[in-house]
Design a binder for this molecule. Sequence first.
Ligand code: UD1
Ligand code: CA
Length: 451
Amino acid sequence: MIKRTCLAVVLAAGEGTRMRSSLPKVLHQIGNETLLAHVLRAVSQAGAADCAVVVGPDHDAVAKEAARAFPNATIARQMQRLGTAHAVLAARSILERGFDDVLVVFADTPLVSAETLRTLRDAIADGATVAVAGFTPDDPAGYGRLITDGGKLIAIREHKDANEAERAIDLCNGGLMALDGRRALALLDQIGNANAKKEYYLTDAVALANEAGLKAVAVEVEEDDVRGINTKAQLAETEAVLQKRLRAAALEAGVTMIAPETVFLSADTKLAGDVTIEPYVIFGAGVTVESGAVIHAFSHLAGAHVGEGASIGPFARLRPGARIGKGARVGNYVEVKEAVMEAGAKANHLAYIGDGHVGEGANIGAGTIFCNYDGASKSRTEVGKGAFIGSNSALVAPVSVGDGAYVGSGSVITENVPADSLALGRVRQVIKEGWASRLRSLKAAGKKSGG
Ligand code: UD1
Ligand code: CA
């Protein structure tokens, strides 16, 4: 098959006022990824090598996110919000470069799948000029209705412009569209704004194609594919759908989850087969877990790498830059940030390991703190291979403990500890024989004399 060129035009100029947020709507996240990034990934997977993101006049942050998520995206600005066709035409100069297919996608529809977009492109490759994603919502109010005749799509009537008979149609426009790239501009340029909203409706491309004797088709898709987000409630509902998909994919890949509905994943979470995840675990962005590792209940991970067979939690926190080696153990109430724990290293209880490196097989005792911050800057702590840090020690960075060295419990270590030595950084214990009984007799005598 000859490879067809495809341009995706992603409309992101929405106002999103119903989100009641200072953040532009398409920068809200599900699965720890912006709505815009989800859509850009889908269009890229559907074969769009070029992409134009249409943003509003004050949307520099949206433009920046588009450039991050789709590095060669072109940013087009729609200065006035005059309708969906007007928005697509903001990308006119890119459309003029000429493409086989043009996909039009709304940036607030994050669950759109690459497969659905490919089906629309295939319809164009098969000879349609316009292909529209249709779906049957529980409540069609507000959506454009698809007016069909047999297999042909005749027109799309916006809810506000529809008569009673048209409003009774339950097949609705999901908002995704593919156009024949050779005819897209000619059709878009004919669209007027003589309608209830005085907007240039992209959906009018269907009737115009029919008038020109060109074919328009509807492709029926799942509601989730076209689930649009206008409110925080819809954002939460869409998150729930995404979580279900991510959990199902993890289970399918061989991850064991006792209560998957209590585990929250990110769109980019990478879990190998034979990973076990206990209930109530949260994965922030950027986590990879290797095979055989166990993440125990109530742990929170973000930006972390967990090696083969490692054990995390319960109640552990891995923050960005945590790299846990093969078979290493991070136990309850242990926080690791920007630190490596080499293979077999252990921190089983109550510790903070920040900005450091813990060598192979080293043991970090309960209550150990890497004192990495002096109020102004951060410094690093190195713990050598096989070293043993006694409980309740404070390692004041920058500092290093050599291979195989011991640090006595309760030490405050401010100077480097040589390999294989013992460091004690605490006050020597003092014993005062009989002191307690003397105190008690003094108190008793005082009471008798009434003093
Ligand atoms: C649109 C469709 C409707 C469909 C529905 C699906 C049109 C005319 N109508 O209606 O048939 O059932 O989506 O959700 O296309 N946008 C801009 N600039 C504009 C106007 C819109 O960028 O000037 C963007 C919006 O940010 C949004 C998308 O286009 O992402 C859709 O616009 P919206 O006004 O929400 O269209 P609907 O009335 O929902
Ligand atoms: Ca809408």
